[in-house]
Design a protein around this ligand. Sequence first.
Ligand code: NAP
Ligand code: G4F
Length: 323
Amino acid sequence: MSKSALITGLTGQDGAYLAKLLLDKGYRVHGMVARRSTDTRWRLRELGIEGDIVYLEGDLADACAVQRAVIKAKPDEFYNLGAQSFVGSSWDQPVTTAVVDGLGVTHGLEAIRQFSPETRFYQASTSEMFGLIQAELQDENTPFYPRSPYGVAKLYGHWITVNYRESFGLHASSGILFNHESPLRGIEFVTRKVTDAAVRIKLGKQKELRLGNIDAKRDWGFAGDYVEAMWLMLQQDKADDYVVATGITTTVRDMCRIAFEHLDLNYEDYLVIDPAFFRPAEVEVLLGNAGKAERVLGWKPKTSLDSLIQMMVDADLRRISKE
Ligand code: NAP
Ligand code: G4F
């Protein structure tokens, strides 16, 4: 019998890559999808898997819907990727962020505890929890200091996952993933905003790129590599928490340079610093140590920032040329 997986956040960047990975491994993939007035399946279409998923309607804020999804999917593995994931929006929607990114995790864990205690659970934790960093290189033992309502909500989600593992013996793991990007990244995140803008400028469709804090540094990897780490965590005998990162940090400024140089452009000719994109509190620098993931899971990142940005620029060039 093939294994069954349930993914929340199926229609997001990671959900789409993870669904493809699991389908390729022969899983039956169920996706819990919240009702939206517009089409949200473009990523699944880009990966050619839209027709291969069992869709279950449900919002993470609705405990009953999450329970129903667990009862219907009877999953061997439950990947909780659904979230209000944009840090910038979390100051404008702090309560929604708390309910979905925080309480939503409890809804998933409770559904498993009550109806399917053998199901293995993955929680999408984040390097945003390190926030105002307490160590130059962050690993599983670094104290957290979140800097946004998003980071605070995710920290609750992280600890409730640890707590259900320790309280009820659930196989519940938490992946503390550093920033990961791809051609399927949402346009509001800075890498994709930059690759999209660079291409539009190259094609004469846009004149400038407006950004906020370009001195911020991030440890950027490729989402396709990172979903493999999620799967590996749930294949271990023992549930645990893992940092997933590249161990290299780069400024937003340098990432812009790389993107524009791929199109033979100089970013400085087009960049406008716009205070509207500065955040009320910033995470200035993130740099992860994924040594434990390498030792225990045998996981290592495969994609450099340069090839990641090249991949994103190429994809945007293909898309925007067709518009
Ligand atoms: P994303 O592209 O923004 O996808 C988020 C997904 O969550 C979408 O499918 C979205 O559905 C769904 N969602 C939003 N609100 C929901 C709700 N109330 N109920 C059910 N589903 C809801 O995010 P991502 O980059 O794939 O990230 C996946 C997860 O990893 C998130 O939890 C994120 O916080 C976490 N994370 C991401 C990174 C990163 O760098 N990408 C790093 C660390 C952790 P719609 O399509 O309908 O909006
Ligand atoms: O691309 P960003 O919006 O990602 P951020 O805030 O690091 O969050 C992402 O990674 C987290 C993992 O650490 C995830 F948990 C989270 O869900 C999300 O996927 O911003 C990156 C940096 C920030 O310092 C931001 O201030 O870029 C800076 N930035 C400068 N100008 C900008 C802009 N960010 C955006 N989105 N837009 C700008 O114009």
